[in-house]
Write a protein that binds this ligand. Sequence first.
Ligand SMILES: [Zn+2]
Length: 354
Amino acid sequence: MRVTDPKTVATYYQALIDKDPRFVGIFFVGVKTTSICCIATCRARKPKRENVEFYTSFKEALDAGYRPCKICKPTENANEAPGQVQQAITMVRDNPKEKVSDWQLKQHQISPESVRRWFKKHYGMTFQAFQRMYRINNALEELKSGKTATATAYEAGYDSLSGFGYTYKKIIGKSPKNSTAMQNNVILINRFTTPLGPMFVCATDQGVCLLEFVDRRMLETEFKDLQRLKKANIIAGENDYMKQAQQEINEYFAGKRQQFKVTLDTPGTVFQQSVWQCLQTIPYGQTASYQQQAEKLNNPKAIRAVASANGHNRIAIIIPCHRVIGKDGKLVGYAGGLERKRWLLEHEQKYATT
Ligand SMILES: [Zn+2]
Protein backbone atom coordinates (compact mmCIF):
# COMPACT_ATOMS: atom_id res chain seq x y z
CA MET A 1 0.00 0.00 0.00
CA ARG A 2 1.22 3.49 -0.75
CA VAL A 3 1.25 5.54 2.39
CA THR A 4 -0.75 8.73 2.01
CA ASP A 5 -1.54 9.73 5.56
CA PRO A 6 0.48 12.98 6.02
CA LYS A 7 1.36 12.22 9.62
CA THR A 8 2.75 8.78 8.79
CA VAL A 9 4.60 10.19 5.80
CA ALA A 10 6.21 12.79 8.07
CA THR A 11 7.24 10.10 10.59
CA TYR A 12 8.69 7.91 7.84
CA TYR A 13 10.54 10.78 6.21
CA GLN A 14 12.11 11.68 9.54
CA ALA A 15 13.09 8.00 10.04
CA LEU A 16 14.67 8.03 6.57
CA ILE A 17 16.72 11.14 7.41
CA ASP A 18 17.72 9.61 10.77
CA LYS A 19 18.55 6.22 9.17
CA ASP A 20 16.42 4.76 11.93
CA PRO A 21 16.89 0.95 11.97
CA ARG A 22 13.56 0.43 13.71
CA PHE A 23 11.85 1.27 10.43
CA VAL A 24 13.69 -1.27 8.32
CA GLY A 25 11.05 -3.46 6.72
CA ILE A 26 8.30 -1.14 7.95
CA PHE A 27 8.43 1.07 4.88
CA PHE A 28 10.05 1.09 1.46
CA VAL A 29 10.79 4.47 0.00
CA GLY A 30 10.67 5.12 -3.73
CA VAL A 31 12.80 7.98 -5.01
CA LYS A 32 10.95 9.50 -7.94
CA THR A 33 13.99 11.20 -9.48
CA THR A 34 16.03 7.98 -9.75
CA SER A 35 13.29 5.27 -9.73
CA ILE A 36 15.19 3.56 -6.97
CA CYS A 37 13.71 1.98 -3.89
CA CYS A 38 15.47 2.08 -0.49
CA ILE A 39 15.03 1.09 3.13
CA ALA A 40 15.28 3.48 6.07
CA THR A 41 18.94 2.87 6.85
CA CYS A 42 20.29 3.49 3.34
CA ARG A 43 23.66 5.26 3.36
CA ALA A 44 23.01 7.01 0.05
CA ARG A 45 22.36 10.75 0.05
CA LYS A 46 18.82 11.36 1.25
CA PRO A 47 16.30 12.63 -1.31
CA LYS A 48 14.12 15.70 -0.84
CA ARG A 49 10.76 15.10 0.71
CA GLU A 50 8.81 16.07 -2.41
CA ASN A 51 10.68 13.38 -4.36
CA VAL A 52 9.76 10.36 -2.27
CA GLU A 53 6.85 7.95 -1.96
CA PHE A 54 6.45 5.42 0.84
CA TYR A 55 5.16 1.87 0.47
CA THR A 56 4.42 -0.71 3.13
CA SER A 57 5.81 -3.62 1.11
CA PHE A 58 8.72 -4.08 -1.23
CA LYS A 59 6.50 -5.72 -3.81
CA GLU A 60 4.29 -2.67 -4.09
CA ALA A 61 7.29 -0.44 -4.64
CA LEU A 62 8.42 -2.86 -7.36
CA ASP A 63 4.97 -2.83 -8.94
CA ALA A 64 5.09 0.96 -8.96
CA GLY A 65 8.20 0.74 -11.10
CA TYR A 66 11.01 1.17 -8.58
CA ARG A 67 14.25 -0.82 -8.75
CA PRO A 68 16.03 -2.04 -5.61
CA CYS A 69 18.88 0.21 -4.49
CA LYS A 70 22.35 -1.30 -4.86
CA ILE A 71 23.60 0.34 -1.68
CA CYS A 72 20.99 -0.72 0.88
CA LYS A 73 19.81 -3.87 -1.01
CA PRO A 74 16.18 -3.86 0.22
CA THR A 75 15.54 -7.46 -0.88
CA GLU A 76 18.35 -8.78 1.27
CA ASN A 77 18.14 -6.53 4.25
CA ALA A 78 14.62 -5.30 4.68
CA ASN A 79 13.07 -8.53 5.76
CA GLU A 80 15.72 -9.44 8.21
CA ALA A 81 14.35 -8.76 11.64
CA PRO A 82 16.15 -5.72 13.09
CA GLY A 83 18.94 -6.57 15.53
CA GLN A 84 16.85 -5.78 18.59
CA VAL A 85 14.01 -8.02 17.48
CA GLN A 86 16.41 -10.81 16.64
CA GLN A 87 17.87 -10.52 20.10
CA ALA A 88 14.39 -10.72 21.64
CA ILE A 89 13.59 -13.84 19.60
CA THR A 90 16.86 -15.41 20.71
CA MET A 91 15.93 -14.71 24.32
CA VAL A 92 12.67 -16.61 23.81
CA ARG A 93 14.36 -19.51 22.03
CA ASP A 94 17.08 -19.87 24.61
CA ASN A 95 14.66 -19.86 27.54
CA PRO A 96 11.41 -21.22 26.15
CA LYS A 97 10.09 -21.80 29.64
CA GLU A 98 10.43 -18.27 30.91
CA LYS A 99 8.45 -15.20 30.11
CA VAL A 100 10.52 -12.38 28.64
CA SER A 101 9.10 -9.20 30.13
CA ASP A 102 9.34 -5.63 28.89
CA TRP A 103 11.59 -4.97 31.84
CA GLN A 104 14.00 -7.71 30.74
CA LEU A 105 14.00 -6.37 27.20
CA LYS A 106 14.93 -2.93 28.50
CA GLN A 107 17.73 -4.48 30.54
CA HIS A 108 19.19 -5.61 27.21
CA GLN A 109 18.75 -2.16 25.65
CA ILE A 110 15.86 -3.49 23.57
CA SER A 111 12.89 -1.21 23.03
CA PRO A 112 9.70 -3.17 23.86
CA GLU A 113 7.84 -0.76 21.61
CA SER A 114 9.83 -1.69 18.46
CA VAL A 115 9.58 -5.39 19.28
CA ARG A 116 5.82 -5.03 19.65
CA ARG A 117 5.51 -3.18 16.39
CA TRP A 118 7.60 -5.69 14.46
CA PHE A 119 5.68 -8.70 15.78
CA LYS A 120 2.35 -7.12 15.03
CA LYS A 121 3.41 -6.44 11.48
CA HIS A 122 5.30 -9.63 10.68
CA TYR A 123 3.46 -12.25 12.71
CA GLY A 124 0.10 -10.54 13.14
CA MET A 125 0.32 -11.14 16.87
CA THR A 126 1.86 -9.54 19.91
CA PHE A 127 5.26 -10.53 21.24
CA GLN A 128 3.51 -11.84 24.36
CA ALA A 129 1.23 -14.07 22.30
CA PHE A 130 4.23 -15.37 20.37
CA GLN A 131 5.95 -16.27 23.63
CA ARG A 132 2.84 -17.95 24.99
CA MET A 133 2.65 -20.15 21.91
CA TYR A 134 6.30 -20.97 22.14
CA ARG A 135 5.94 -22.04 25.75
CA ILE A 136 2.85 -24.10 25.01
CA ASN A 137 4.68 -25.90 22.22
CA ASN A 138 7.41 -26.72 24.68
CA ALA A 139 4.88 -27.96 27.22
CA LEU A 140 3.23 -30.03 24.53
CA GLU A 141 6.46 -31.84 23.78
CA GLU A 142 6.84 -32.66 27.44
CA LEU A 143 3.29 -33.94 27.75
CA LYS A 144 3.92 -36.15 24.74
CA SER A 145 6.97 -37.59 26.39
CA GLY A 146 4.80 -38.61 29.33
CA LYS A 147 5.19 -35.82 31.86
CA THR A 148 2.11 -34.93 33.87
CA ALA A 149 0.21 -31.73 33.24
CA THR A 150 0.95 -30.51 36.76
CA ALA A 151 4.71 -30.94 36.47
CA THR A 152 4.72 -29.40 33.01
CA ALA A 153 2.64 -26.42 34.10
CA TYR A 154 4.98 -25.45 36.92
CA GLU A 155 8.09 -26.02 34.86
CA ALA A 156 6.67 -23.97 32.03
CA GLY A 157 6.49 -21.06 34.43
CA TYR A 158 2.79 -21.09 35.23
CA ASP A 159 1.85 -20.30 38.80
CA SER A 160 -1.11 -22.62 38.75
CA LEU A 161 -2.39 -25.57 36.80
CA SER A 162 -5.60 -23.75 36.00
CA GLY A 163 -3.76 -20.84 34.38
CA PHE A 164 -1.75 -23.29 32.32
CA GLY A 165 -4.87 -25.29 31.43
CA TYR A 166 -6.67 -22.18 30.28
CA THR A 167 -3.86 -21.00 28.02
CA TYR A 168 -3.28 -24.49 26.73
CA LYS A 169 -6.90 -25.03 25.88
CA LYS A 170 -7.13 -21.65 24.22
CA ILE A 171 -4.23 -22.41 21.91
CA ILE A 172 -4.46 -26.17 21.42
CA GLY A 173 -8.25 -26.46 21.69
CA LYS A 174 -8.11 -29.25 24.28
CA SER A 175 -7.35 -29.33 27.93
CA PRO A 176 -3.87 -30.62 28.80
CA LYS A 177 -5.27 -33.45 30.93
CA ASN A 178 -7.01 -35.02 27.97
CA SER A 179 -4.08 -34.48 25.70
CA THR A 180 -1.52 -36.96 26.93
CA ALA A 181 -3.34 -40.06 25.83
CA MET A 182 -4.93 -38.72 22.69
CA GLN A 183 -3.23 -37.26 19.72
CA ASN A 184 -2.14 -33.69 19.96
CA ASN A 185 -2.64 -32.37 16.52
CA VAL A 186 -0.54 -29.31 16.15
CA ILE A 187 0.93 -27.53 13.19
CA LEU A 188 3.96 -25.49 14.15
CA ILE A 189 4.77 -22.26 12.39
CA ASN A 190 7.97 -20.27 12.19
CA ARG A 191 9.37 -17.58 9.96
CA PHE A 192 12.79 -17.10 8.40
CA THR A 193 14.28 -14.76 5.86
CA THR A 194 15.53 -15.44 2.35
CA PRO A 195 16.99 -13.19 -0.34
CA LEU A 196 13.48 -12.99 -1.82
CA GLY A 197 11.80 -12.02 1.42
CA PRO A 198 10.59 -13.76 4.55
CA MET A 199 8.90 -17.16 4.41
CA PHE A 200 6.64 -19.07 6.73
CA VAL A 201 7.49 -22.69 7.36
CA CYS A 202 4.97 -25.04 8.98
CA ALA A 203 5.38 -28.64 10.02
CA THR A 204 3.53 -31.41 11.80
CA ASP A 205 5.32 -34.29 13.47
CA GLN A 206 5.12 -36.01 10.08
CA GLY A 207 6.99 -33.44 8.05
CA VAL A 208 6.94 -29.98 6.49
CA CYS A 209 3.42 -29.07 5.43
CA LEU A 210 3.83 -25.45 4.30
CA LEU A 211 6.54 -23.20 2.95
CA GLU A 212 5.37 -19.89 1.54
CA PHE A 213 6.43 -16.29 1.16
CA VAL A 214 4.66 -14.38 3.89
CA ASP A 215 2.99 -12.02 1.41
CA ARG A 216 1.66 -14.82 -0.80
CA ARG A 217 -1.90 -14.23 -1.80
CA MET A 218 -4.51 -16.57 -0.29
CA LEU A 219 -2.18 -17.52 2.53
CA GLU A 220 -5.00 -17.39 5.07
CA THR A 221 -6.99 -19.86 2.99
CA GLU A 222 -4.01 -22.22 3.01
CA PHE A 223 -3.78 -21.98 6.77
CA LYS A 224 -7.49 -22.74 7.08
CA ASP A 225 -7.28 -25.69 4.67
CA LEU A 226 -4.31 -27.12 6.51
CA GLN A 227 -5.99 -26.86 9.89
CA ARG A 228 -9.07 -28.56 8.51
CA LEU A 229 -7.15 -31.32 6.69
CA LYS A 230 -4.87 -32.06 9.64
CA LYS A 231 -7.57 -31.38 12.25
CA ALA A 232 -4.97 -29.29 14.03
CA ASN A 233 -4.26 -25.83 15.34
CA ILE A 234 -1.39 -23.69 14.13
CA ILE A 235 0.88 -22.48 16.90
CA ALA A 236 4.28 -20.78 16.97
CA GLY A 237 7.15 -23.18 17.48
CA GLU A 238 9.85 -25.15 15.76
CA ASN A 239 10.73 -28.79 15.16
CA ASP A 240 13.53 -30.67 13.41
CA TYR A 241 11.72 -30.81 10.06
CA MET A 242 11.45 -27.04 10.06
CA LYS A 243 15.11 -26.60 10.92
CA GLN A 244 16.07 -28.96 8.13
CA ALA A 245 13.82 -27.17 5.63
CA GLN A 246 15.34 -23.81 6.53
CA GLN A 247 18.85 -25.22 6.19
CA GLU A 248 18.09 -26.74 2.79
CA ILE A 249 16.41 -23.56 1.57
CA ASN A 250 19.44 -21.52 2.62
CA GLU A 251 21.65 -23.87 0.63
CA TYR A 252 19.28 -23.60 -2.33
CA PHE A 253 19.52 -19.82 -2.31
CA ALA A 254 23.29 -20.05 -2.04
CA GLY A 255 23.28 -22.16 -5.22
CA LYS A 256 24.55 -25.17 -3.29
CA ARG A 257 21.47 -27.38 -3.36
CA GLN A 258 19.41 -28.63 -6.29
CA GLN A 259 17.40 -31.36 -4.57
CA PHE A 260 15.55 -31.40 -1.28
CA LYS A 261 15.65 -34.21 1.24
CA VAL A 262 13.36 -32.95 3.99
CA THR A 263 10.26 -35.06 4.67
CA LEU A 264 7.00 -33.49 3.49
CA ASP A 265 3.48 -33.81 4.82
CA THR A 266 1.12 -32.87 1.99
CA PRO A 267 -2.51 -33.63 2.75
CA GLY A 268 -4.69 -33.40 -0.36
CA THR A 269 -6.73 -35.41 -2.85
CA VAL A 270 -5.18 -38.32 -4.73
CA PHE A 271 -5.15 -36.21 -7.88
CA GLN A 272 -3.43 -33.29 -6.14
CA GLN A 273 -0.86 -35.67 -4.69
CA SER A 274 -0.07 -37.02 -8.15
CA VAL A 275 0.30 -33.50 -9.57
CA TRP A 276 2.63 -32.49 -6.73
CA GLN A 277 4.66 -35.66 -7.23
CA CYS A 278 4.90 -34.92 -10.91
CA LEU A 279 6.12 -31.37 -10.22
CA GLN A 280 9.04 -32.82 -8.33
CA THR A 281 10.15 -34.67 -11.44
CA ILE A 282 10.86 -31.43 -13.35
CA PRO A 283 14.63 -31.14 -13.05
CA TYR A 284 16.32 -28.14 -11.47
CA GLY A 285 17.04 -25.50 -14.08
CA GLN A 286 14.33 -26.75 -16.44
CA THR A 287 10.69 -25.88 -17.04
CA ALA A 288 7.56 -27.66 -18.25
CA SER A 289 4.11 -26.56 -19.43
CA TYR A 290 0.79 -27.56 -17.89
CA GLN A 291 0.17 -29.52 -21.07
CA GLN A 292 3.36 -31.51 -20.59
CA GLN A 293 2.54 -32.13 -16.96
CA ALA A 294 -0.94 -33.39 -17.87
CA GLU A 295 0.58 -35.71 -20.46
CA LYS A 296 3.09 -37.06 -17.96
CA LEU A 297 0.12 -37.92 -15.74
CA ASN A 298 -1.49 -39.81 -18.66
CA ASN A 299 -4.31 -37.34 -18.49
CA PRO A 300 -3.65 -34.97 -21.42
CA LYS A 301 -7.04 -33.29 -21.21
CA ALA A 302 -6.75 -32.39 -17.54
CA ILE A 303 -4.75 -29.22 -18.16
CA ARG A 304 -6.98 -26.98 -16.08
CA ALA A 305 -7.17 -29.46 -13.23
CA VAL A 306 -3.39 -29.74 -13.27
CA ALA A 307 -3.10 -25.96 -13.16
CA SER A 308 -5.49 -25.80 -10.25
CA ALA A 309 -3.64 -28.48 -8.27
CA ASN A 310 -0.44 -26.55 -8.99
CA GLY A 311 -2.02 -23.48 -7.48
CA HIS A 312 -2.88 -25.45 -4.38
CA ASN A 313 0.71 -26.44 -3.75
CA ARG A 314 1.58 -25.22 -0.26
CA ILE A 315 5.27 -26.01 -0.35
CA ALA A 316 6.91 -23.39 -2.53
CA ILE A 317 10.36 -24.02 -4.02
CA ILE A 318 10.65 -27.58 -2.59
CA ILE A 319 7.67 -28.67 -4.70
CA PRO A 320 8.78 -26.56 -7.66
CA CYS A 321 5.53 -25.19 -9.08
CA HIS A 322 7.60 -22.21 -10.25
CA ARG A 323 9.04 -24.47 -12.97
CA VAL A 324 5.71 -24.62 -14.79
CA ILE A 325 5.37 -22.01 -17.52
CA GLY A 326 2.94 -21.24 -20.33
CA LYS A 327 2.96 -23.25 -23.54
CA ASP A 328 4.52 -20.32 -25.39
CA GLY A 329 7.30 -20.07 -22.82
CA LYS A 330 5.70 -17.11 -21.06
CA LEU A 331 5.74 -16.96 -17.30
CA VAL A 332 2.26 -17.55 -15.97
CA GLY A 333 0.81 -16.75 -12.58
CA TYR A 334 2.74 -17.46 -9.42
CA ALA A 335 1.13 -16.97 -6.05
CA GLY A 336 4.41 -15.69 -4.67
CA GLY A 337 4.58 -13.06 -7.44
CA LEU A 338 5.97 -13.16 -10.98
CA GLU A 339 9.14 -11.30 -10.01
CA ARG A 340 10.02 -14.09 -7.64
CA LYS A 341 9.24 -16.76 -10.20
CA ARG A 342 11.52 -15.06 -12.72
CA TRP A 343 14.25 -14.77 -10.08
CA LEU A 344 13.98 -18.46 -9.10
CA LEU A 345 14.15 -19.67 -12.70
CA GLU A 346 17.14 -17.46 -13.49
CA HIS A 347 18.83 -18.53 -10.29
CA GLU A 348 18.40 -22.22 -11.17
CA GLN A 349 19.57 -21.69 -14.71
CA LYS A 350 22.71 -20.03 -13.45
CA TYR A 351 23.62 -22.91 -11.15
CA ALA A 352 22.30 -25.82 -13.21
CA THR A 353 25.10 -25.46 -15.74
CA THR A 354 27.94 -25.18 -13.25
ZN1 LIG B 1 19.30 2.59 -0.81
